[in-house]
Write a protein that binds this ligand. Structure first.
Ligand code: PAF
Length: 283
């Protein structure tokens, strides 16, 4: 595996591969790699001739400076994982390399970006669109891979692709979980041992809401999840919405969508965790 640190070199190497008719899979990451990222890389490895993984903590998507400062950075360990997972190129640029001047682009992301994470983290999705569009422009991948833990992010990226007219396939990959159900996240390392024991209740509660939802309304199901989680020590729900899995708009009746998805953000102490669950279709 080769480590590439400049945009020019990245463009050159990918162009060479494409000139030989090779397909290119891109896995954008912010590093602090875990088995969830590895599963994306393995999927990309199976689907493409060349796999590029970007490792870049993108400052423009952090609406909270403290979160940016404390975001885990583990380059050495990441490189080892990338080699083991079979990546061909690791693109690990500096902030100056990616943003030689401030990116002032504002994307018209529309309603998918206005709710949930979009409402709670102003500017976050515009920053995601900035970096992902830059990466797509540099790599021009055949396919790009994203984990469904950040469910809304995938819808936002699809919208950005539509606006910018990129010709590529977005591949959404299932959430990877720890054996106790906690969704894998780079932020999990910030949990104290006590919080780490409590956090799996998020997935347990979402799963429990599946059977509850069979004879309850959307509103009652939301209440169930929020009340269950808030009753536990150290957990505080920021939002729980049940939305249409394409438009991200909240539904009020199960029959409104063929893709009902529950999306939750929960503070466990001061660590912000997100997760989601797909409900059965009831039409
Ligand atoms: O999901 C992430 O890790 C980031 O939002 C992404 C897509 C790598 C952009 O920085």
């Amino acid at each position: 595996m080769e480590i590439i640190r400049t945009v020019d070199e990245l463009r050159r190497r990918v162009a060479d591969a494409k000139a030989q008719g090779r397909t290119v899979g891109l896995v954008p990451t912010m590093g602090a790699l875990h088995a969830g990222h590895v599963s994306l890389i393995e999927k990309a490895r199976g689907d493409n001739d060349i796999v590029v993984v970007s490792v870049f903590v993108n400052p423009t998507q952090f609406n909270n400076p403290e979160d940016l400062k404390t975001y885990p950075r583990t380059e050495e360990a990441d490189v080892e994982k990338l080699i083991a997972a079979g990546a061909d190129f690791a693109f690990i640029p500096s902030v100056e390399e990616v943003y030689p001047e401030p990116d002032t682009r504002i994307f018209d992301l529309g309603p998918v970006a206005e709710v949930m994470e979009g409402a709670m983290r102003p500017g976050h999705f515009n920053g995601v669109a900035q970096i992902v569009s830059k990466l797509f422009d540099m790599v021009r991948p055949t396919r790009a891979y994203f984990g469904e833990k950040d469910f809304q992010q995938i819808a936002v990226i699809r919208r950005m692709v539509e606006i910018e007219g990129f010709d590529l396939e977005i591949v959404a990959c299932p959430i990877k979980r720890e054996t106790d159900g906690l969704a894998m996240s780079s932020r999990n390392v910030r949990l104290t041992p006590e919080q780490r024991l409590i956090a799996p209740a998020i997935h347990r509660t979402l799963e429990g809401s599946l059977s509850w939802s069979a004879d309850h309304t959307v509103e009652q199901t939301k209440r169930y999840v929020i009340d269950e989680l808030n009753s536990l020590p150290q957990l505080e729900v920021e939002y729980y919405e049940i939305v249409d899995g394409k438009t991200m708009q909240p539904i009020s009746d199960w029959a409104e969508t063929t893709e009902p998805v529950g999306c939750v953000t929960v503070y466990c102490g001061n660590v912000r965790l997100i997760d989601n669950i797909k409900y059965p279709v009831r039409r």
